[in-house]
Design a protein around this ligand. Structure first.
Ligand SMILES: Nc1ncnc2c1ncn2[C@@H]1O[C@H](COP(=O)(O)OP(=O)(O)OP(=O)(O)O)[C@@H](O)[C@H]1O
Length: 240
């Protein structure tokens, strides 16, 4: 159960956004995908569930070619986009989270069970009937995560999930991601700032100009982050 790309290339017109990326993300891993703005992170992850098609190269999810099986990839890889506000399709939290399972044509009992589990996983059970437009930033991010979880994905990809969140909201999201990862879901967090999630990560992958330039443990990667314009944690002594 992995996400794998081989020599993946994506162009927008004449510019190359992803330039020959080979990457394998195993089941259960917690990966930070870092890099400066414009380095190709979002473009890369959009290939993981078939939102974009490769110009060349391959993408596989759980051994199956994504361009050939986009529906399977969309089920296996849950994607939480950069602005969850744009992602909501229904007026209330519960209805929004139910939308994906409803589209799978599942029976009502199963849909209800999935919605309850997904909201529970992000600590939003009590906000089920709240309107999405009255959620705080942190609740909005967690509601978007619940929407992805209701599809019961094996991999969860989040694009800049901490943007605009205050420290307690970031902590709440991180806490939920840690629990999800512990229960077996692989988590990929796209960020240009690794300070929040570095402690949870098993692995840090850094992109620059469409290529993977660092791929290693957080301890090893952190020394090389600043060179690629990624905000690294301050040294512990200077920090707190
Ligand atoms: N829809 C698009 N049309 C044309 N060029 C694009 C498009 N989306 C991204 N690009 C370009 O592709 C390159 C990679 O962008 P991408 O969004 O994948 O990078 P990123 O690392 O996720 O950056 P950011 O954090 O700013 O989203 C950039 O040069 C960007 O300007």
């Amino acid at each position: 159960m992995t996400i794998r790309t081989e020599s993946l290339v994506h162009r927008y017109g004449d510019s190359v956004a992803v330039d020959g990326v080979g990457l394998e993300i195993d089941d259960g891993e917690f990966v930070l995908l870092a890099g400066a703005n414009g380095s190709g992170k979002t473009t890369l992850v959009r290939h993981f569930n078939g939102l974009l098609e490769p110009d060349s190269g391959e993408v596989f999810v759980d051994g199956r070619s994504v361009p050939e099986n986009p529906v399977a990839a969309r089920t296996a890889v849950g994607m939480v986009f950069q602005n969850p506000r744009d992602q909501f399709v229904a007026a209330t939290v519960g209805a929004d989270v139910a939308f994906g399972p409803e589209n799978l044509g599942l029976p009502r009992d199963e849909i209800d069970a999935r919605v309850a589990d997904a909201l529970d996983a992000v600590n939003l059970s009590e906000r089920r009937d709240a309107r999405v437009d009255e959620l705080s930033g942190g609740e909005r991010e967690r509601a978007a995560i619940a929407g992805a979880l209701a599809m019961r994905p094996t991999h969860l990809v989040l694009d800049e999930p901490f943007t605009g969140l205050d420290a307690p909201a970031r902590e709440a999201v991180l806490d939920r991601l840690e629990t999800l990862n512990r229960s077996g879901t692989s988590v990929v967090v796209v960020t240009h700032d690794v300070r929040d999630a570095l402690e949870l990560a098993d692995r840090v992958v850094v992109m620059s100009d469409g290529r993977v330039v660092v791929d290693g443990t957080p301890e090893r990667a952190v020394k090389r982050l600043e060179r690629y314009d990624v905000r690294a944690p301050r040294r512990p002594t200077a920090d707190r």
